[in-house]
Design a protein around this ligand. Structure first.
Ligand SMILES: Cc1cc2nc3c(=O)[nH]c(=O)nc-3n(C[C@H](O)[C@H](O)[C@H](O)COP(=O)(O)OP(=O)(O)OC[C@H]3O[C@@H](n4cnc5c(N)ncnc54)[C@H](O)[C@@H]3O)c2cc1C
Length: 436
């Protein structure tokens, strides 16, 4: 296998450690349904599950590869509040009442995910250890300001840890204190999306893998989705293809950029793990270009970071990420990387999810960026309630973030995104020189 193809083979560590299975046969021949969902990532699966839980029948989901093949089965596994657009920026953009409504939707989304994992007995290594946001810079003001803003604006208590308190849990010369988000948790994400997909089938939705939609037409009877070996007629369609969206969906593709990020898993570290982590919490940091990582039950560290328009081969990924790991935990010395992969996230220019209706029979949920586990749950609930004919107050709020072009056709969007990331990396570097 070509090395880049190998890196893109989805999340080998997650595949090997996943006990959840989904029954989703290939779709063949002529088929009818009321609501067709395209994409078996979290956005598509949560929409199908939300519809089935509301008693909506005739729901069919089609996935080009396998359930969880995209970002949903490759990610860091952090389940936390908010969106890719930061919490303060959300207020600046929308004003307090709307920002509060959208943030609260993610607080509810965390609880819904937790409840679903329990209700459907999803075997996904749930760790109720919260998430730490570690300060890379020597300016405690950032933590204090954020803690105050989260409490006053959003009514959420994030706990402040000073440098000594953090060092008891995370020993790194890089950090200067942290904020702790106690209601957050982390999971094995491929197992979670497969478990949610299993739940959707148990609730009556039909799921199909290896069933790529390559075309879409309309006639008097509704929409006709075309695959290589199937045709699927539907009254309504939800498109949820994330950064992997392909086929005939030009206005949706033109509104988001597929951006890669990298993950690796170390060898089991055994007693060496205690020299750097004495907590089960997941950790990320205050830089724009932050690292994100979490200890696994078998004493490995799952480590992620970087944003790029490039895919790389696994040796490159392992080398880059191992260097990042050593920078944070020099006491570990050399660590063997057992597995490394890339994943593609979809980003909108406004950094918020795109959730809405593009025509009388077509809906969409995409552009969750690097902060999607909870917002995809929110999207699924928003679209499921709208399609089930219930009031869906969030639809209007998300509607403010439209399908603005990212100038993908001329390549400017991707180059712009890479240039912005490199520029913000330089800003991180400059701040770390001046604030240390
Ligand atoms: C490496 C990595 C780390 C991340 N870490 C975190 C984290 O820790 N916490 C967090 O909140 N978020 C994280 N994210 C972001 C999060 O994973 C995503 O925002 C979220 O999973 C997006 O879900 P989705 O359903 O929109 O897309 P995807 O999961 O990408 O699913 C889209 C699916 O649609 C299918 N598809 C596309 N086109 C078609 C078609 N024509 N026909 C049929 N099927 C089609 C694809 O095959 C794919 O399976 C991370 C992302 C990556 C890549």
């Amino acid at each position: 296998m070509d090395p880049i193809e190998e890196a893109c083979r989805f999340a080998p560590y997650y595949q090997d450690s996943c006990r959840e299975r989904v029954d989703a046969p290939v779709l063949e021949g002529k088929n009818h349904c009321r609501i067709a969902v395209i994409g078996g990532g979290l956005a598509g699966v949560c929409t199908a599950l939300g519809l089935a839980e509301r008693g909506v029948t005739g729901v069919t989901l089609v996935e080009a590869e396998e359930i969880g093949f995209g970002a949903s089965g490759r990610n860091g596994g952090f389940v936390f509040g908010g969106y890719s657009l930061g919490n303060q920026a959300l207020i600046d953009r929308l004003g307090l009442p709307r920002a509060r409504q959208l943030y609260q939707a993610t607080v509810d989304g965390i609880e819904l995910l937790r409840a679903r994992i329990k209700r459907y007995a999803i075997d996904c290594d749930l760790s109720e250890a919260g998430v730490l946001w570690a300060n890379w810079f020597r300016n405690p003001e950032v933590l204090l300001r954020t803690q105050r803003m989260m409490a006053e604006a959003y009514g959420v208590e994030w706990q402040l840890l000073n440098a000594e308190e953090l060092a008891e849990r995370v020993t790194s010369p890089r950090y200067f204190g942290a904020l702790f988000e106690p209601r957050a948790f982390h999971v094995q994400p491929l197992a979670m999306v497969r478990g949610l997909a299993r739940a959707a089938t148990e609730q009556g939705a039909a799921l199909h893998q290896h069933s790529s939609v390559i075309g879409m037409t309309r006639d008097a009877q509704g929409v006709r989705l075309i695959g290589r070996d199937f045709e699927l007629r539907a009254e309504q369609v939800v498109v949820a293809g994330g950064g992997y969206l392909h086929g005939y969906f030009k206005p949706l593709q033109a509104a988001m950029l597929p951006i890669a990020t990298y993950v690796m898993v170390t060898e089991p570290l055994r007693e060496r793990l205690g020299s750097c982590l004495r907590t089960a919490s997941a950790v990320y940091d205050t830089r724009f270009a932050f690292d994100y990582y979490r200890p696994l039950a078998d004493s490995r560290i799952l480590w992620g970071g970087r944003i790029s328009i490039r895919d790389r081969d696994p040796e490159d990924l392992a080398r880059i990420l191992a260097r990042d790991l050593r920078r944070v935990f020099p006491q570990l010395g050399r660590v063997r990387v057992e597995s490394a992969w890339t994943g593609s996230m979809s980003y909108a220019r406004h950094e918020m999810p795109q959730i809405g209706q593009i025509s009388a029979d077509t809906w969409y949920a995409q552009a969750f960026g690097g902060h999607g586990l909870v917002p995809t749950t929110v999207a699924g609930e928003t679209l499921a309630s709208a399609l089930a004919g219930e009031p869906s107050p969030l639809l209007e709020s998300f509607g403010q973030f439209g399908l603005d072009s990212v100038y993908r056709q001329v390549g400017l969007g991707l180059l712009g995104a890479q240039a912005r990331y490199s520029w913000l990396q330089c800003c991180d570097w400059w701040r770390s020189l001046t604030r240390r």
